[in-house]
Design a protein around this ligand. Structure first.
Ligand SMILES: [Zn+2]
Ligand SMILES: [Zn+2]
Length: 235
């Protein structure tokens, strides 16, 4: 292949292996496959976070410069709706926005997990991200446009936030939404929400219950602003 020899000369960082489907970036000691490997790419401004992308294709142009065709992941703050309370710090959206970039802008490899596998990680490394939505960059719409919501506050799950599960109804609750300190929640061996707590406990919890119902009225107003135009519901 003529592209093979042309490739090595102008791009000393890049080594051509077998064919253009694999790219080795020497200074970061990383091998990238065109079959969907995810990468971090240099942002336009060095103060910004790196861009997250999925490599679709690796190719050399007529001058032998290596280009990668990428499909961008958007960070919540890059989306039309912006970052919301339930977005995780490592959450990204798989967009419909494709681009061709110089391979030279690759900073390193990363892993974009499914939501489920991300929540099962023992430790989240710098290179770990997760994706639960596809994002339409023109309309700002998400797919799926409905996700399960939890707790009194009826929010989708943010994996960064501590939640406790009720042994009665299996719903999950933010300690702050049930007036519990996070430290106390971590020590709980058993937890029953107000609806599921044994009758005797309900009397002592009554004052908490009335305050929570007040809070829910307030939050339902906020919900409408926060979630419009996306409608979240339990499924
Ligand atoms: Zn809550
Ligand atoms: Zn319950």
């Amino acid at each position: 292949m003529s592209s093979s020899s042309a490739l090595l000369a102008p791009w000393p960082k890049l080594v051509h292996r077998k064919n253009l489907h694999v790219l080795v970036v020497l200074d970061i000691d990383v091998m990238i496959h065109a079959a969907g490997d995810c990468v971090l790419m240099k942002p336009a401004e060095s103060s910004k976070l790196p861009y997250v992308a999925r490599v679709e294709k690796i190719e050399a142009d007529a001058r032998g410069q290596v280009k990668v065709r990428v499909r961008w992941y958007y960070r919540p703050e890059e989306s039309i709706g912006g970052r919301r309370q339930f977005h995780g710090s490592k959450e990204v959206f798989l967009s419909d926005h494709y681009d061709v970039q110089s391979a030279d802008t690759i900073e390193g490899k990363c892993v974009v997990h499914t939501f489920k596998s991300y929540t099962k990680l023992d430790a989240v490394g710098n290179e770990d991200y997760f994706c639960r939505f596809e994002y339409n960059s023109a309309t700002g719409g998400f797919n799926p446009d409905r996700v399960a919501v939890y707790c009194k506050c009826e929010m989708p799950y943010n994996p960064d936030d501590l939640m406790v599960q009720c042994e009665g109804c299996a719903d999950w609750f933010h300690p702050s939404c049930i007036e519990m300190a996070a430290e106390d929640a971590k020590k709980l061996e058993h937890f029953f929400c107000l609806s599921c707590a044994p009758q005797d406990d309900k009397k002592t919890l009554n004052h908490v219950a009335s305050r929570i119902s007040d809070m829910k009225v307030q939050l339902s107003v906020i919900d409408q602003e926060v979630f419009n135009p996306i409608c979240f519901s339990v499924y």
